[in-house]
Design a protein around this ligand. Sequence first.
Ligand SMILES: C[S@@+](CC[C@H](N)C(=O)[O-])C[C@H]1O[C@@H](n2cnc3c(N)ncnc32)[C@H](O)[C@@H]1O
Length: 200
Amino acid sequence: MIQDMEGYFRGLTPERSDLLKELEAQAKAEAIPIAGPLVGRLLSILTTLSGGRAVLELGTAVGYSALFIAEGLAPGGRLLSLERDADRAGQARANLARGGCTDRVEVRLGDAMEELAALQGLFDLAFLDFDKSLYEPALPHLHRLLRPGGLLVADNTGFSAARPFNQALRQDPKWREAHLLCFLPLHSTEYDGLSLALRL
Ligand SMILES: C[S@@+](CC[C@H](N)C(=O)[O-])C[C@H]1O[C@@H](n2cnc3c(N)ncnc32)[C@H](O)[C@@H]1O
C-alpha cells in the first residue's frame, strides 16, 4: 500500500476555481459546513451521469456545492436548491451569479420540508445536505420526486442524527443503497459517511 495514504490522497484533491477557494476560506473562517472539493467533484460527475436535466439540493448554505452541481448539468438543465437561512440564500445567489450560473440555478428561500411537500416534477438527482434529523422524514418525498433510476446522494451520514435515515434506506426495497465511510479532505468533517441510493 502507499505510505501516508491520507497525505497522498489529500494531494489528489481536485483543482478548483478562485471563487471556490474563496468560499472554502470563508467556510473555514465562519464555520459554515460545506461539502468540500472531493464531494463537490463527485456531485459534478454524478450530476452528469444522471442526465443532469433536473437536480434538487436540500441545504444550499452559500452555494459551494451548488457551483459544482451546476458544472455537471446538461445544456438546459436546472438545479433547484432550498435554504431556510435568508442571509445564506442571499450570499448563495451572489456567489452563483459570480460563477455565471444564474440562468440554471434557483436558490429558493424556505423550509425544505414544507417545500418538499408542495414540490412536483421528476428529478434526476437529489443531494441531501440539510438538518440530518430530517433526512429520514424527507425520504418518502424524495422517492416521489426522483424519477425511477434517479440518484439520491446524502452527505454527513456518519452523524448520529442520520441513523434513522441510514436504517430506513437499508430496509426499504424501494431503494438500492450504498453507505460509504470516507476520508474527504476539506469536507466538514473529514471522516464521515456518504450514502448513495438508487430510486427503484
Ligand atoms: C451543511 S450546510 C449546506 C452546505 C452546502 N450544501 C455546501 O456543501 O456548500 C446545511 C444548510 O442547510 C440549511 N438547513 C438546515 N435545515 C433546513 C431546512 N429545514 N430547510 C432548509 N434549509 C435548511 C442550513 O441553514 C445550512 O445552510
